[in-house]
Design a protein around this ligand. Sequence first.
Ligand code: BEZ
Length: 395
Amino acid sequence: MKATGTFLQSPVSKTLLAAALALISTASFAQAGTKLKIGLMLPYSGTYASLGNAIENGFKLYLAEQGGKIAGREVEIVKVDDESDPSKATDNVNKLIKRDNVDVLIGSVHSGVAMAMAKVAKDSGTLLIVPNAGADAVTGAMCAPNIFRSSFSNWQPGYAMGEVMAKKGIKKAVTITWKYAAGDETVRGFKEAFEKGGGTVVKELSLPFPNVEFQALLTDIASTKPDAVFTFFAGGGAVKFVKDYAAAGLKKTIPLYGSGFLTDGTLDAQGADADGLMTALHYADNLENTKDKAFRLAYAKTYKLQPDVYAVQGYDAGQILGIGMRATNGDASKKADFAKAVEAAKIDSPRGPFSLSKAHNPVQDIYLRQVTAKENRLIGVASKALVDPARGCKM
Ligand code: BEZ
């Protein structure tokens, strides 16, 4: 007893002891063969199915680069198809935590589903990394030390495009979107910047998610005759909207702009109807930085597909998990150590390096892109190191 007491009084010895304990705890997780259980809750059916698949691909690419292990631990993935249905989300996430005993949650794509996940994660203290859904509240009023986002807030691309369109001298805009958090908040961000810059939103059109009966709304746009239209749609709905907009003859008369989800992961299906469209997002297809080049090459080799923004966000969810877990020596219960490491990290993303804000949302460049030859080509930076205002976050 006495010897231990004396030993602990020396700062050098304390450090050595801490290091030894850390090694023992890493070794015990690894040696005991306890797998790190990850609950991957994503849409694998419906209008956002391709988004869920791309996120999983990106995440698994990171995992493969780590030899299939995170902080020395083998990984077990438990997958759930959340169907982009918020009414099933609380049950789905509770099953992952209580029945499957996952250590970490990764999900989801749909803002309504992610808000339900964030509520459960906050109440239970489970680590959550959001690899797409932009719900402002996740890193706003619902922010928590154990919740992180590898993607964006809905406000970010909307705000950036509002600034761009106002600077272009566009005066009157109509907005059109799905009526749920992602659409509402993207439009709100757009309107905030566009009206600050001297523009006016003359009409806000919407339809319920995931409806794609756009005809009556397109007729309304034609008769309103704004200078431009701003929109949020994604996945299968974005494909149909871009095609219907062109088929209605509007593409030639009223320029269409969007948050970049309008044309990301959709260009093969949209074909020539997407040519020339300008959007704002935290990724583009020709960034050409070192990390992006390596990522695109590895992704194409592994999946025989070109990556999109969703694949990048899945990969970066993996990077956040890796950074946090290494700092805890593989112990997912050490959430304060996990958070401290992630908060201090500069994440080497294919989108360019980014860090997390105090509320745990990426502080990142939002790029202006234009569709050319089935690529979202970089035109410039719409908004440099844009920080989400994290309204209502107390952390
Ligand atoms: C969302 O619901 O937050 C969302 C869905 C698809 C793309 C972007 C955002």
